[in-house]
Design a protein around this ligand. Sequence first.
Ligand SMILES: Cc1cc2nc3c(=O)[nH]c(=O)nc-3n(C[C@H](O)[C@H](O)[C@H](O)COP(=O)(O)OP(=O)(O)OC[C@H]3O[C@@H](n4cnc5c(N)ncnc54)[C@H](O)[C@@H]3O)c2cc1C
Length: 481
Amino acid sequence: MHAQLDWYDLTDEERKIRDLAIDVARSEIAPRADEHDREGTFVRESIDALGKSGLLGVFVPKEYGGMGGSPLAATLAIEAVSAACGSTGMSFMFHCNLIHVVDGAGPDSLKEKYFPQFAAGKLGAFAINEQRRLFRERFDTVAEEDGDDYIINGEKPFVTSAGEADVYIVQVQLSDVPSPIPVMGQRYILVEGAYPGVGAFVYDPMGLRGASNGGITLKDVRVPKENAVGDEPDPMVRSVATKGNSVFSPHLIALGCAGAALDEAISHARKSGSEWMSHTLAPLSDQLNAARAYTYYVARLMEGPVSQRLNHAHNEIQRLGGEVGPTVCDRAMEIVGGGSFMRTSPIQRYYRDARGSCYPAFSMEHRRANVADGLYGRAAYDEQPPSMPWDPHADYNFWLLWARGSMHLPEEAKQRMSREAFEDFARSRGSEEMTVELCAEYMTSAGRPPAGVGGPPGGPPGGPPGGPPAGVGSGGSPQPG
Ligand SMILES: Cc1cc2nc3c(=O)[nH]c(=O)nc-3n(C[C@H](O)[C@H](O)[C@H](O)COP(=O)(O)OP(=O)(O)OC[C@H]3O[C@@H](n4cnc5c(N)ncnc54)[C@H](O)[C@@H]3O)c2cc1C
């Protein structure tokens, strides 16, 4: 097992969790990794071992029966598991990410319902992507209201732990939310794998072969409305902000695999004694540790509130890890030589699994775009100082949904989605400050005033006062992923 970076300020509890993860990974997970990779079978025993040791509850707060580990403790656990088996690491990471989103976005009733189950060994997964521009286009998976339930229909073509997870966080389009901004009419809803109408299929991928990479189908699935994620007044923005303010990302799997590959290369180079190998090893080690250090810093930032800095760092580590991880594995294979290409060497599995981690959440091109959006968004944000007090959460919404997407907006839309337009809307409601509620109302209804109430000045000609910008709708909205 590779020597993980001993981050300079690990607490005793974090060290204990990391050591437990290394121990479980070494004794229970690593011995099975090759077989699952070869056979393409789900890493069920490894997930069970994580459940038995309590590690599936590493990020579940203690009050719900979990370990209550810090973001950094969970990060180190995911990295250690990924070094032993990328497939188990990927399923584990999405599980922790689901817990993080519900923990940050609420509501408490969902934590009470599901967190004790996750701490006891149930597995969570993400069913988000459907080959649409995430957060920019309408989704085909639709939830319709039926009394106290939603009826969900659709298909998610890419899901890690497909058919194996107990609970999926599913991104749906609500049929009754009139917002012209697709993401504001969407919700994350927790769907249990055992609900009638939930089906699954599995692919035969080149890497992460034990992670049951497949898809899920949803046919007339009845889900209680209480399973919708996110506190009012802006459940989706809370969910998206929580997800995008996190260290949990597929790049952790790439870093784990790279650490394991580097260890193989180090032991080979030591035996061989060739000088050129040390020249190759050095930049692999320092790049990997630089990516780890940035990752651990992001984990520490997560202990504070959502912020522009954290969201930007989240996007940067995702891209950086996606680049460094496979590169380290690739160069480590060169050091080991032709033997590394054979099934008898674990290093080719590390390479394939690290490469596989470059798709989930966002492909590499989208990771680059996310970083660039953050760079442009900073300037767009600075150009529009507020003229009234803004609640910090409302201000983050403005930055995330408007400033960060400013590059994608047509000129006319930029004018209408300006800070000034938000503030005009608040004033039309008789407020001299921008609250979360007003911000959410402006975004979900595009600022349409209720019947009989006059709208703010500056609304688009021919449209509702203060209404949505032209060009914002399916495919045109600026939301970052
Ligand atoms: C192993 C694996 C596990 C996964 N697990 C999950 C999961 O658990 N949950 C989940 O929801 N999803 C999951 N996914 C799906 C993943 O999120 C998507 O594959 C990813 O977001 C890319 O989407 P896509 O495959 O539809 O590619 P597309 O969006 O069709 O993109 C194809 C290529 O074109 C590039 N591209 C697209 N648009 C542009 C543009 N405007 N400019 C430049 N380049 C562009 C992309 O970067 C990509 O390289 C998984 C995927 C894989 C491979």
